[in-house]
Design a protein around this ligand. Structure first.
Ligand code: ACO
Ligand SMILES: O=CC(=O)O
Length: 525
Protein backbone atom coordinates (compact mmCIF):
# COMPACT_ATOMS: atom_id res chain seq x y z
CA UNK A 1 0.00 0.00 0.00
CA UNK A 2 1.37 3.42 -0.97
CA UNK A 3 1.13 6.19 1.63
CA UNK A 4 0.95 9.97 1.39
CA UNK A 5 4.63 10.05 2.27
CA UNK A 6 6.50 10.10 -1.02
CA UNK A 7 8.57 6.93 -1.42
CA UNK A 8 6.97 5.10 1.52
CA UNK A 9 5.11 1.81 1.15
CA UNK A 10 3.36 -0.35 3.74
CA UNK A 11 3.80 -4.00 2.86
CA UNK A 12 2.18 -5.55 5.92
CA UNK A 13 -1.43 -6.70 5.99
CA UNK A 14 -4.07 -4.69 7.81
CA UNK A 15 -4.25 -0.94 7.72
CA UNK A 16 -3.65 -0.08 11.41
CA UNK A 17 -4.89 3.38 10.42
CA UNK A 18 -4.91 4.76 13.98
CA UNK A 19 -1.19 4.01 14.34
CA UNK A 20 0.02 4.51 10.77
CA UNK A 21 -1.43 7.99 10.33
CA UNK A 22 0.03 10.25 7.66
CA UNK A 23 1.63 12.39 10.38
CA UNK A 24 3.16 9.40 12.18
CA UNK A 25 4.51 8.03 8.90
CA UNK A 26 5.90 11.45 8.08
CA UNK A 27 7.76 11.39 11.38
CA UNK A 28 9.14 7.90 10.64
CA UNK A 29 10.29 9.17 7.25
CA UNK A 30 12.19 12.02 8.88
CA UNK A 31 13.82 9.65 11.37
CA UNK A 32 14.88 7.25 8.65
CA UNK A 33 16.20 9.95 6.32
CA UNK A 34 18.22 11.55 9.11
CA UNK A 35 19.44 8.48 10.97
CA UNK A 36 19.06 5.41 8.72
CA UNK A 37 22.44 5.71 7.03
CA UNK A 38 24.21 6.39 10.32
CA UNK A 39 22.69 3.21 11.77
CA UNK A 40 24.18 1.26 8.87
CA UNK A 41 27.59 2.79 9.47
CA UNK A 42 27.42 1.83 13.15
CA UNK A 43 26.61 -1.74 12.13
CA UNK A 44 29.61 -1.68 9.83
CA UNK A 45 31.75 -0.55 12.78
CA UNK A 46 30.49 -3.57 14.74
CA UNK A 47 31.71 -5.89 11.98
CA UNK A 48 35.09 -4.20 11.88
CA UNK A 49 35.39 -4.56 15.66
CA UNK A 50 34.56 -8.25 15.33
CA UNK A 51 37.28 -8.64 12.69
CA UNK A 52 39.81 -7.24 15.15
CA UNK A 53 38.67 -9.70 17.84
CA UNK A 54 38.85 -12.61 15.37
CA UNK A 55 42.47 -11.60 14.67
CA UNK A 56 43.26 -11.77 18.40
CA UNK A 57 42.54 -8.17 19.43
CA UNK A 58 40.88 -7.47 22.76
CA UNK A 59 38.54 -4.74 23.90
CA UNK A 60 39.96 -2.30 26.42
CA UNK A 61 39.15 0.98 28.12
CA UNK A 62 39.55 3.62 25.40
CA UNK A 63 42.54 5.98 25.45
CA UNK A 64 40.71 8.68 23.51
CA UNK A 65 37.97 8.98 26.15
CA UNK A 66 40.13 8.78 29.24
CA UNK A 67 39.22 12.36 30.11
CA UNK A 68 35.55 11.39 30.30
CA UNK A 69 36.35 8.63 32.77
CA UNK A 70 38.65 10.86 34.83
CA UNK A 71 36.58 14.05 35.05
CA UNK A 72 33.83 14.59 37.63
CA UNK A 73 30.38 14.97 36.07
CA UNK A 74 26.92 13.53 36.64
CA UNK A 75 23.89 12.77 34.52
CA UNK A 76 20.89 15.08 34.82
CA UNK A 77 18.46 14.75 37.72
CA UNK A 78 16.05 11.83 37.36
CA UNK A 79 12.35 12.56 37.04
CA UNK A 80 10.27 11.67 40.12
CA UNK A 81 8.69 8.70 38.31
CA UNK A 82 12.10 7.03 37.90
CA UNK A 83 13.56 7.58 41.35
CA UNK A 84 12.25 4.35 42.83
CA UNK A 85 12.62 1.44 40.40
CA UNK A 86 13.10 -1.33 42.92
CA UNK A 87 11.07 -3.82 40.91
CA UNK A 88 10.64 -3.74 37.16
CA UNK A 89 8.56 -6.40 35.49
CA UNK A 90 9.36 -7.20 31.86
CA UNK A 91 7.21 -8.73 29.18
CA UNK A 92 6.05 -8.61 25.59
CA UNK A 93 3.62 -6.02 24.26
CA UNK A 94 0.79 -8.56 24.27
CA UNK A 95 -2.44 -6.88 25.39
CA UNK A 96 -3.39 -9.14 28.29
CA UNK A 97 0.17 -9.43 29.57
CA UNK A 98 0.63 -5.68 29.42
CA UNK A 99 -2.42 -5.15 31.63
CA UNK A 100 -1.17 -7.84 34.02
CA UNK A 101 2.28 -6.24 34.12
CA UNK A 102 0.93 -2.74 34.68
CA UNK A 103 -1.27 -4.09 37.51
CA UNK A 104 1.44 -6.33 38.96
CA UNK A 105 2.55 -4.01 41.78
CA UNK A 106 5.97 -3.51 40.16
CA UNK A 107 7.28 0.05 40.08
CA UNK A 108 8.00 -0.08 36.35
CA UNK A 109 7.05 -2.23 33.37
CA UNK A 110 9.58 -2.77 30.62
CA UNK A 111 7.37 -3.32 27.56
CA UNK A 112 9.58 -5.24 25.20
CA UNK A 113 9.53 -5.09 21.42
CA UNK A 114 12.95 -6.79 21.39
CA UNK A 115 13.86 -10.18 22.91
CA UNK A 116 10.39 -10.92 24.34
CA UNK A 117 8.45 -10.12 21.16
CA UNK A 118 8.53 -12.04 17.93
CA UNK A 119 8.46 -9.18 15.40
CA UNK A 120 5.54 -10.31 13.24
CA UNK A 121 3.80 -7.35 11.65
CA UNK A 122 0.73 -8.09 13.73
CA UNK A 123 2.70 -8.19 17.00
CA UNK A 124 4.50 -4.96 16.19
CA UNK A 125 1.39 -3.06 15.16
CA UNK A 126 -0.87 -4.41 17.90
CA UNK A 127 1.91 -3.73 20.36
CA UNK A 128 1.79 -0.06 19.35
CA UNK A 129 -2.00 0.00 19.74
CA UNK A 130 -1.61 -1.56 23.19
CA UNK A 131 1.06 0.96 24.21
CA UNK A 132 -1.12 3.84 23.11
CA UNK A 133 -4.17 2.45 24.94
CA UNK A 134 -2.11 1.79 28.07
CA UNK A 135 -0.96 5.41 28.09
CA UNK A 136 -4.54 6.62 27.50
CA UNK A 137 -5.72 4.42 30.35
CA UNK A 138 -8.28 2.84 28.02
CA UNK A 139 -6.60 -0.52 27.62
CA UNK A 140 -8.83 -3.50 28.35
CA UNK A 141 -8.96 -7.10 27.23
CA UNK A 142 -11.80 -9.66 27.18
CA UNK A 143 -10.47 -13.18 27.47
CA UNK A 144 -12.40 -15.68 25.38
CA UNK A 145 -14.45 -17.41 28.07
CA UNK A 146 -15.21 -14.38 30.13
CA UNK A 147 -12.37 -12.87 32.19
CA UNK A 148 -12.07 -9.11 31.80
CA UNK A 149 -8.75 -7.29 32.16
CA UNK A 150 -8.55 -3.58 32.99
CA UNK A 151 -6.05 -1.23 34.59
CA UNK A 152 -6.28 -0.89 38.37
CA UNK A 153 -5.31 2.73 38.77
CA UNK A 154 -2.18 4.32 37.33
CA UNK A 155 -0.15 1.11 37.19
CA UNK A 156 3.58 0.61 36.80
CA UNK A 157 5.62 3.29 35.03
CA UNK A 158 5.98 2.31 31.38
CA UNK A 159 9.44 1.91 29.85
CA UNK A 160 9.50 0.81 26.22
CA UNK A 161 12.29 -1.29 24.74
CA UNK A 162 12.45 -0.80 20.96
CA UNK A 163 14.15 -3.36 18.75
CA UNK A 164 17.93 -3.29 18.44
CA UNK A 165 19.89 -1.48 15.75
CA UNK A 166 20.60 -4.65 13.80
CA UNK A 167 16.94 -5.22 12.90
CA UNK A 168 14.84 -3.76 10.11
CA UNK A 169 11.08 -3.47 9.77
CA UNK A 170 10.49 -5.10 6.41
CA UNK A 171 6.79 -4.18 6.30
CA UNK A 172 7.51 -0.48 5.87
CA UNK A 173 9.75 0.62 3.03
CA UNK A 174 11.18 3.98 2.13
CA UNK A 175 12.57 4.28 -1.40
CA UNK A 176 12.46 0.49 -1.63
CA UNK A 177 14.48 -0.10 1.58
CA UNK A 178 13.09 -1.42 4.87
CA UNK A 179 12.98 1.02 7.78
CA UNK A 180 15.19 0.67 10.86
CA UNK A 181 13.09 -1.39 13.28
CA UNK A 182 14.29 0.44 16.40
CA UNK A 183 13.38 3.80 14.89
CA UNK A 184 9.92 2.49 13.97
CA UNK A 185 9.25 1.21 17.51
CA UNK A 186 10.67 4.28 19.18
CA UNK A 187 9.12 6.71 16.70
CA UNK A 188 5.58 5.38 16.79
CA UNK A 189 5.46 5.21 20.58
CA UNK A 190 6.95 8.69 20.95
CA UNK A 191 4.69 10.17 18.30
CA UNK A 192 1.45 8.76 19.72
CA UNK A 193 2.15 8.86 23.43
CA UNK A 194 5.18 11.07 24.09
CA UNK A 195 3.35 14.35 24.74
CA UNK A 196 0.72 12.67 26.90
CA UNK A 197 3.35 10.88 28.98
CA UNK A 198 5.38 14.05 29.35
CA UNK A 199 2.32 15.94 30.58
CA UNK A 200 1.97 13.54 33.52
CA UNK A 201 5.72 13.28 34.20
CA UNK A 202 5.57 9.52 33.55
CA UNK A 203 7.57 9.41 30.35
CA UNK A 204 8.45 8.97 27.61
CA UNK A 205 10.95 6.43 28.92
CA UNK A 206 12.94 3.87 26.97
CA UNK A 207 15.33 0.97 27.40
CA UNK A 208 18.03 0.82 24.73
CA UNK A 209 19.09 -2.75 23.90
CA UNK A 210 22.29 -4.33 22.62
CA UNK A 211 24.42 -1.18 22.31
CA UNK A 212 28.04 -1.95 21.55
CA UNK A 213 29.70 1.45 21.91
CA UNK A 214 29.34 5.03 23.10
CA UNK A 215 28.98 6.08 19.46
CA UNK A 216 25.74 4.11 19.42
CA UNK A 217 24.64 5.95 22.57
CA UNK A 218 25.44 9.21 20.76
CA UNK A 219 23.28 8.05 17.87
CA UNK A 220 20.31 7.58 20.20
CA UNK A 221 20.97 10.87 21.95
CA UNK A 222 20.83 12.64 18.59
CA UNK A 223 17.63 10.78 17.73
CA UNK A 224 16.16 12.01 21.03
CA UNK A 225 17.19 15.63 20.47
CA UNK A 226 15.69 15.66 16.99
CA UNK A 227 12.52 13.81 18.02
CA UNK A 228 11.74 15.89 21.07
CA UNK A 229 11.83 19.01 18.91
CA UNK A 230 9.70 17.35 16.25
CA UNK A 231 6.91 16.36 18.65
CA UNK A 232 7.16 19.50 20.78
CA UNK A 233 8.81 18.18 23.94
CA UNK A 234 11.46 20.08 25.90
CA UNK A 235 15.00 18.76 25.52
CA UNK A 236 15.81 16.21 28.22
CA UNK A 237 12.21 14.95 28.58
CA UNK A 238 13.01 11.53 27.15
CA UNK A 239 14.91 9.31 29.57
CA UNK A 240 16.67 6.16 28.45
CA UNK A 241 18.28 3.32 30.35
CA UNK A 242 21.00 1.57 28.41
CA UNK A 243 21.29 -2.18 28.76
CA UNK A 244 24.90 -3.12 29.27
CA UNK A 245 24.58 -6.41 27.50
CA UNK A 246 27.56 -6.56 25.22
CA UNK A 247 31.12 -7.10 26.32
CA UNK A 248 32.31 -4.04 24.40
CA UNK A 249 29.78 -1.73 26.08
CA UNK A 250 31.12 -2.87 29.46
CA UNK A 251 34.33 -1.01 28.60
CA UNK A 252 32.45 2.18 27.76
CA UNK A 253 29.94 2.62 30.58
CA UNK A 254 31.13 6.09 31.57
CA UNK A 255 31.16 7.17 27.96
CA UNK A 256 27.64 5.83 27.34
CA UNK A 257 26.27 7.71 30.34
CA UNK A 258 28.16 10.79 29.20
CA UNK A 259 26.75 10.70 25.68
CA UNK A 260 23.20 10.44 26.99
CA UNK A 261 23.81 12.72 29.97
CA UNK A 262 20.61 14.80 29.78
CA UNK A 263 18.56 11.81 28.62
CA UNK A 264 20.10 9.14 30.80
CA UNK A 265 18.17 7.03 33.29
CA UNK A 266 21.18 4.86 34.06
CA UNK A 267 22.26 1.39 33.07
CA UNK A 268 20.92 -2.12 33.44
CA UNK A 269 22.80 -5.42 33.53
CA UNK A 270 21.32 -7.41 30.65
CA UNK A 271 23.03 -10.57 31.75
CA UNK A 272 21.75 -13.05 29.15
CA UNK A 273 22.69 -11.00 26.13
CA UNK A 274 25.97 -10.19 27.85
CA UNK A 275 26.87 -13.88 28.00
CA UNK A 276 25.82 -14.26 24.37
CA UNK A 277 27.95 -11.27 23.39
CA UNK A 278 30.96 -12.69 25.24
CA UNK A 279 30.67 -15.99 23.35
CA UNK A 280 30.03 -14.26 20.03
CA UNK A 281 32.82 -11.72 20.25
CA UNK A 282 35.46 -14.19 21.42
CA UNK A 283 34.26 -17.27 19.60
CA UNK A 284 37.75 -17.88 18.27
CA UNK A 285 39.12 -18.00 21.83
CA UNK A 286 38.33 -20.07 24.94
CA UNK A 287 35.01 -21.87 25.35
CA UNK A 288 32.42 -21.32 28.05
CA UNK A 289 31.06 -24.29 30.03
CA UNK A 290 27.42 -25.45 30.09
CA UNK A 291 24.97 -22.57 29.94
CA UNK A 292 23.39 -23.49 33.28
CA UNK A 293 26.72 -23.06 35.07
CA UNK A 294 27.46 -19.54 33.81
CA UNK A 295 25.83 -17.54 36.58
CA UNK A 296 26.11 -14.06 38.03
CA UNK A 297 28.64 -15.32 40.57
CA UNK A 298 31.13 -16.29 37.84
CA UNK A 299 34.03 -13.83 38.30
CA UNK A 300 33.61 -12.14 34.91
CA UNK A 301 29.88 -11.60 35.50
CA UNK A 302 30.44 -10.33 39.00
CA UNK A 303 33.11 -7.90 37.79
CA UNK A 304 30.70 -6.57 35.19
CA UNK A 305 27.80 -6.02 37.57
CA UNK A 306 29.99 -4.36 40.20
CA UNK A 307 31.52 -2.08 37.58
CA UNK A 308 28.02 -1.12 36.43
CA UNK A 309 27.01 -0.14 39.96
CA UNK A 310 30.25 1.71 40.65
CA UNK A 311 30.07 3.65 37.38
CA UNK A 312 26.39 4.55 37.69
CA UNK A 313 26.61 5.73 41.28
CA UNK A 314 29.64 7.86 40.57
CA UNK A 315 27.60 9.55 37.83
CA UNK A 316 24.40 9.94 39.87
CA UNK A 317 22.58 7.33 37.81
CA UNK A 318 20.67 4.18 38.77
CA UNK A 319 22.16 0.73 38.15
CA UNK A 320 19.33 -1.73 37.60
CA UNK A 321 19.91 -5.45 38.04
CA UNK A 322 18.94 -8.21 35.67
CA UNK A 323 16.67 -11.13 35.08
CA UNK A 324 16.73 -14.40 36.98
CA UNK A 325 15.27 -16.94 34.56
CA UNK A 326 13.19 -18.85 37.13
CA UNK A 327 9.41 -18.47 36.95
CA UNK A 328 6.70 -19.92 39.23
CA UNK A 329 6.17 -23.68 38.87
CA UNK A 330 2.55 -24.74 39.09
CA UNK A 331 1.53 -27.97 40.79
CA UNK A 332 4.87 -28.74 42.46
CA UNK A 333 5.29 -26.77 45.69
CA UNK A 334 8.82 -28.07 46.38
CA UNK A 335 10.12 -27.12 42.92
CA UNK A 336 8.25 -23.84 43.10
CA UNK A 337 9.88 -23.00 46.43
CA UNK A 338 13.27 -23.87 44.96
CA UNK A 339 12.65 -21.52 42.01
CA UNK A 340 11.60 -18.73 44.38
CA UNK A 341 14.65 -19.38 46.56
CA UNK A 342 16.93 -18.93 43.55
CA UNK A 343 15.24 -15.68 42.56
CA UNK A 344 15.40 -14.41 46.15
CA UNK A 345 19.10 -15.25 46.35
CA UNK A 346 19.78 -13.47 43.08
CA UNK A 347 17.90 -10.35 44.19
CA UNK A 348 19.62 -10.34 47.58
CA UNK A 349 23.01 -10.32 45.90
CA UNK A 350 21.93 -7.47 43.65
CA UNK A 351 20.44 -5.38 46.44
CA UNK A 352 23.41 -5.93 48.75
CA UNK A 353 25.89 -5.10 46.01
CA UNK A 354 24.16 -1.76 45.57
CA UNK A 355 21.82 -2.18 42.59
CA UNK A 356 18.96 0.31 42.64
CA UNK A 357 16.32 -2.12 41.45
CA UNK A 358 15.90 -5.30 39.52
CA UNK A 359 13.97 -7.18 36.85
CA UNK A 360 11.45 -9.97 37.22
CA UNK A 361 9.91 -12.01 34.41
CA UNK A 362 6.58 -12.85 36.00
CA UNK A 363 3.94 -11.14 38.19
CA UNK A 364 4.33 -13.95 40.73
CA UNK A 365 7.88 -12.78 41.42
CA UNK A 366 7.19 -9.09 42.00
CA UNK A 367 6.64 -9.52 45.74
CA UNK A 368 9.77 -11.64 46.16
CA UNK A 369 11.96 -8.95 44.63
CA UNK A 370 10.08 -6.18 46.43
CA UNK A 371 10.53 -7.84 49.82
CA UNK A 372 14.26 -8.17 49.21
CA UNK A 373 14.73 -4.58 48.08
CA UNK A 374 12.45 -3.21 50.81
CA UNK A 375 14.61 -5.03 53.33
CA UNK A 376 17.96 -4.00 51.86
CA UNK A 377 17.16 -0.59 50.41
CA UNK A 378 15.41 1.79 52.81
CA UNK A 379 15.54 4.78 50.43
CA UNK A 380 14.16 5.13 46.91
CA UNK A 381 17.46 3.94 45.49
CA UNK A 382 21.11 3.49 46.47
CA UNK A 383 22.64 6.03 44.12
CA UNK A 384 24.12 7.88 47.10
CA UNK A 385 25.95 4.73 48.17
CA UNK A 386 29.54 5.21 46.98
CA UNK A 387 30.88 2.06 48.65
CA UNK A 388 32.33 0.77 45.40
CA UNK A 389 34.21 3.98 44.57
CA UNK A 390 37.63 2.51 45.33
CA UNK A 391 36.93 -0.81 43.60
CA UNK A 392 39.29 -1.48 40.70
CA UNK A 393 37.87 -3.60 37.89
CA UNK A 394 40.41 -4.31 35.18
CA UNK A 395 40.07 -5.46 31.59
CA UNK A 396 41.34 -8.87 32.73
CA UNK A 397 38.53 -9.07 35.31
CA UNK A 398 35.91 -8.38 32.65
CA UNK A 399 37.41 -10.84 30.21
CA UNK A 400 38.22 -13.69 32.60
CA UNK A 401 36.94 -16.93 31.13
CA UNK A 402 34.58 -18.83 33.48
CA UNK A 403 35.60 -22.31 34.57
CA UNK A 404 33.50 -25.43 34.28
CA UNK A 405 32.75 -28.36 32.03
CA UNK A 406 30.77 -29.05 28.91
CA UNK A 407 28.48 -32.04 29.29
CA UNK A 408 26.25 -34.09 27.03
CA UNK A 409 23.31 -32.83 29.10
CA UNK A 410 24.39 -29.26 28.32
CA UNK A 411 24.59 -30.00 24.59
CA UNK A 412 21.20 -31.73 24.70
CA UNK A 413 19.61 -28.85 26.55
CA UNK A 414 20.99 -26.28 24.13
CA UNK A 415 19.60 -28.22 21.15
CA UNK A 416 16.22 -28.90 22.73
CA UNK A 417 15.66 -25.42 24.10
CA UNK A 418 17.02 -23.73 20.99
CA UNK A 419 14.71 -25.60 18.61
CA UNK A 420 11.67 -25.19 20.85
CA UNK A 421 12.33 -21.49 21.18
CA UNK A 422 12.80 -20.90 17.45
CA UNK A 423 9.53 -22.76 16.73
CA UNK A 424 7.65 -20.61 19.25
CA UNK A 425 9.24 -17.46 17.82
CA UNK A 426 8.19 -18.44 14.28
CA UNK A 427 4.66 -18.88 15.63
CA UNK A 428 4.75 -15.33 16.96
CA UNK A 429 5.74 -15.86 20.60
CA UNK A 430 8.94 -14.14 21.69
CA UNK A 431 9.13 -15.36 25.30
CA UNK A 432 8.19 -18.86 26.38
CA UNK A 433 8.41 -21.07 29.44
CA UNK A 434 10.65 -24.10 28.77
CA UNK A 435 11.63 -26.47 31.59
CA UNK A 436 10.18 -23.93 34.04
CA UNK A 437 12.56 -21.21 32.91
CA UNK A 438 11.88 -18.03 30.98
CA UNK A 439 13.38 -18.33 27.50
CA UNK A 440 13.59 -15.44 25.09
CA UNK A 441 15.74 -14.46 22.13
CA UNK A 442 18.75 -13.68 24.34
CA UNK A 443 18.78 -17.03 26.13
CA UNK A 444 18.22 -18.91 22.86
CA UNK A 445 21.18 -17.06 21.35
CA UNK A 446 23.41 -18.47 24.09
CA UNK A 447 22.26 -22.01 23.27
CA UNK A 448 22.98 -21.82 19.56
CA UNK A 449 26.20 -19.81 19.95
CA UNK A 450 27.61 -22.37 22.39
CA UNK A 451 26.86 -25.27 20.03
CA UNK A 452 28.42 -23.44 17.10
CA UNK A 453 31.56 -22.69 19.10
CA UNK A 454 31.93 -26.08 20.79
CA UNK A 455 31.77 -27.83 17.41
CA UNK A 456 34.52 -25.67 15.91
CA UNK A 457 36.79 -25.00 18.87
CA UNK A 458 39.45 -27.59 19.83
CA UNK A 459 38.38 -27.16 23.48
CA UNK A 460 34.79 -28.04 22.66
CA UNK A 461 35.25 -31.36 24.40
CA UNK A 462 32.69 -33.02 26.68
CA UNK A 463 33.57 -33.95 30.27
CA UNK A 464 33.60 -37.63 29.17
CA UNK A 465 36.34 -36.88 26.62
CA UNK A 466 34.27 -36.82 23.42
CA UNK A 467 34.84 -33.91 21.05
CA UNK A 468 31.61 -32.23 19.99
CA UNK A 469 31.47 -32.68 16.24
CA UNK A 470 28.75 -32.08 13.69
CA UNK A 471 28.12 -35.84 13.69
CA UNK A 472 27.63 -35.96 17.45
CA UNK A 473 25.44 -32.84 17.30
CA UNK A 474 23.33 -34.54 14.63
CA UNK A 475 22.95 -37.75 16.65
CA UNK A 476 21.86 -35.90 19.79
CA UNK A 477 19.60 -33.63 17.77
CA UNK A 478 17.79 -36.64 16.28
CA UNK A 479 17.17 -37.99 19.78
CA UNK A 480 15.86 -34.64 20.98
CA UNK A 481 13.63 -34.36 17.91
CA UNK A 482 12.11 -37.75 18.73
CA UNK A 483 11.21 -36.42 22.17
CA UNK A 484 9.76 -33.22 20.73
CA UNK A 485 7.74 -35.20 18.16
CA UNK A 486 6.45 -37.51 20.89
CA UNK A 487 5.36 -34.49 22.88
CA UNK A 488 3.70 -32.55 20.06
CA UNK A 489 2.42 -35.44 17.93
CA UNK A 490 0.34 -34.27 14.99
CA UNK A 491 0.83 -30.61 15.98
CA UNK A 492 4.56 -30.87 15.12
CA UNK A 493 4.15 -29.35 11.65
CA UNK A 494 1.52 -26.81 12.64
CA UNK A 495 3.86 -25.59 15.41
CA UNK A 496 6.45 -24.87 12.68
CA UNK A 497 9.01 -27.32 14.05
CA UNK A 498 10.25 -28.41 10.59
CA UNK A 499 11.16 -24.82 9.74
CA UNK A 500 12.61 -24.25 13.21
CA UNK A 501 14.87 -27.28 12.85
CA UNK A 502 16.02 -26.15 9.40
CA UNK A 503 16.79 -22.65 10.67
CA UNK A 504 18.53 -23.89 13.81
CA UNK A 505 20.55 -26.40 11.81
CA UNK A 506 21.63 -23.70 9.40
CA UNK A 507 22.81 -21.52 12.31
CA UNK A 508 24.86 -24.38 13.72
CA UNK A 509 26.19 -25.93 10.48
CA UNK A 510 27.17 -22.77 8.68
CA UNK A 511 30.82 -21.89 9.32
CA UNK A 512 29.85 -18.25 9.08
CA UNK A 513 28.58 -17.23 12.51
CA UNK A 514 25.24 -15.48 12.10
CA UNK A 515 25.24 -12.21 14.10
CA UNK A 516 21.69 -12.70 15.43
CA UNK A 517 19.31 -15.62 15.04
CA UNK A 518 16.42 -13.19 14.79
CA UNK A 519 18.01 -11.66 11.67
CA UNK A 520 18.07 -15.01 9.92
CA UNK A 521 14.65 -15.94 11.28
CA UNK A 522 13.06 -12.69 10.14
CA UNK A 523 13.36 -13.82 6.51
CA UNK A 524 10.80 -16.57 7.13
CA UNK A 525 8.73 -14.98 9.89
C1 ACO B 1 16.84 -11.75 28.65
C2 ACO B 1 15.81 -10.69 28.58
O1 ACO B 1 15.74 -9.94 27.66
S1 ACO B 1 14.68 -10.61 29.87
C3 ACO B 1 13.39 -9.58 29.30
C4 ACO B 1 12.63 -10.14 28.17
N1 ACO B 1 11.89 -11.33 28.54
C5 ACO B 1 10.67 -11.23 29.12
O2 ACO B 1 10.20 -10.14 29.30
C6 ACO B 1 9.94 -12.49 29.52
C7 ACO B 1 8.78 -12.15 30.41
N2 ACO B 1 8.05 -13.30 30.84
C8 ACO B 1 7.14 -13.93 30.09
O3 ACO B 1 6.96 -13.60 28.94
C9 ACO B 1 6.34 -15.01 30.72
O4 ACO B 1 6.43 -14.97 32.12
C10 ACO B 1 6.66 -16.45 30.28
C11 ACO B 1 6.44 -16.56 28.77
C12 ACO B 1 8.09 -16.79 30.59
C13 ACO B 1 5.73 -17.40 31.01
O5 ACO B 1 4.42 -16.97 30.76
P1 ACO B 1 3.16 -17.91 31.04
O6 ACO B 1 3.42 -19.26 30.51
O7 ACO B 1 1.95 -17.20 30.56
O8 ACO B 1 3.16 -17.98 32.62
P2 ACO B 1 1.97 -18.36 33.56
O9 ACO B 1 1.05 -19.35 32.93
O10 ACO B 1 2.56 -18.75 34.87
O11 ACO B 1 1.21 -16.98 33.75
C14 ACO B 1 0.25 -16.75 34.75
C15 ACO B 1 -0.34 -15.39 34.52
O12 ACO B 1 0.67 -14.41 34.61
C16 ACO B 1 0.73 -13.65 33.41
N3 ACO B 1 2.14 -13.35 33.13
C17 ACO B 1 3.19 -14.19 33.09
N4 ACO B 1 4.32 -13.51 32.85
C18 ACO B 1 3.96 -12.21 32.72
C19 ACO B 1 4.69 -11.03 32.46
N5 ACO B 1 6.03 -11.04 32.30
N6 ACO B 1 4.01 -9.88 32.39
C20 ACO B 1 2.67 -9.85 32.56
N7 ACO B 1 1.91 -10.95 32.82
C21 ACO B 1 2.57 -12.12 32.89
C22 ACO B 1 0.14 -14.56 32.35
O13 ACO B 1 -0.32 -13.79 31.27
C23 ACO B 1 -0.96 -15.23 33.14
O14 ACO B 1 -2.05 -14.32 33.25
P3 ACO B 1 -3.56 -14.80 33.50
O15 ACO B 1 -3.55 -15.64 34.75
O16 ACO B 1 -4.31 -13.54 33.66
O17 ACO B 1 -3.95 -15.59 32.30
O1 LIG C 1 18.00 -8.08 28.07
C1 LIG C 1 18.36 -8.66 29.05
C2 LIG C 1 19.28 -9.76 29.08
O2 LIG C 1 19.53 -10.30 30.16
O3 LIG C 1 19.79 -10.11 27.99
Amino acid sequence: MDTKVVGMRIKGEGSYKEILTDEALGFLEQLERRFGQRRKELLEARLNRQKRFDEGGSPGFLDETEHIRKLAWTVDELPEALKDRRVEITGPVDRKMMINALNSGANCFMACLEDATSPTWQNVMEGQVNLRDAVNGSIHYSQPGGKEYRLNGEGAVLIVRPRGMHLVEKHIELDGEPLSAGLVDFGLHLFHSGPKLAATGRGPFFYLPKLESHQEARFWNDVFIFSQKAVGLPRGTIKATVLIETITAAFEMDEILYELKEHSAGLNCGRWDYIFSYIKKFRARGVLPDRSTVTMTAPFMRAYSLLTIKTCHRRGAPAIGGMAAQIPIKGDPAKNEEAFRKVRQDKEREARDGHDGTWVAHPGLVQVAKDVFDGEMPGDNQIGDKRLTGLQITAEDLLQLPEGTITEAGVRLNINVGIRYVAAWLKGQGAVPINHLMEDAATAEISRAQLWQWIRHPEGVLADGRKLTLELYEAIKQEELTRIKDEFGTAYEEKRFPEAVALFDDLIRNDRFEEFLTLKGYDIL
